[in-house]
Design a binder for this molecule. Structure first.
Ligand code: SF4
Length: 156
């Protein structure tokens, strides 16, 4: 049977982004994976109970904490969302995840620093970390070549 793939819902056109929009990608391989029934869509921030639209959030660099532009601490929602996304990933036995780059939930390796000044730091979002900790390989939507190769190797 086809290996399943967890994917950030906003990449598939769901309007779950903080501003009420999405990050729809029109990539051929995504269309194929969708047709093959492989894709499992999650938005950790929605699963964590945050509303859409919502104030932009960033992880405070060096602290295990998330704040929004109003200065509110939203860490609990991010922790809950990461836990829920991991549960879905495990229930569906996904072989990998493709997550939206630079998001405080989904970002892998590079996110913003918590000062809302467009400053990048080397770190990952809460959900990316939770998935990786559980042994699930994560790619960003900027790594389709790598993700395809990984899937091919899995199914070889
Ligand atoms: Fe997209 Fe992830 Fe942000 Fe949800 S939490 S809008 S899936 S990047």
């Amino acid at each position: 049977s086809s290996e399943k793939i967890l994917i950030s819902a906003c990449l598939m056109g769901e309007n779950v982004k903080y501003d009420g929009g999405n990050n729809a990608l029109h990539v051929k391989i995504l269309e194929q994976w969708k047709d093959e029934g492989r894709l499992v869509l999650v938005c950790p921030e929605v699963l964590g109970g945050l509303s859409t639209p919502r104030h932009p959030c960033e992880v405070v660099h060096g602290e295990n904490r998330v704040v929004n532009t109003q200065g509110e601490d939203v860490t609990d929602a991010f922790l809950k969302g990461a836990g829920e996304a991991l549960l879905v990933a495990q229930k569906q036995s996904v072989c990998m995840a493709i997550l939206k780059a630079r998001s405080p939930s989904c970002g892998k390796d590079v996110i913003y620093d918590g000062t809302f000044s467009h400053t990048h730091v080397r770190d990952s979002g809460f959900t990316c970390k939770a998935l990786q900790k559980a042994g699930i390989t994560v790619f960003s939507e900027e790594e389709f070549v790598e993700a395809e190769a990984f899937l091919r190797a899995k199914e070889a």
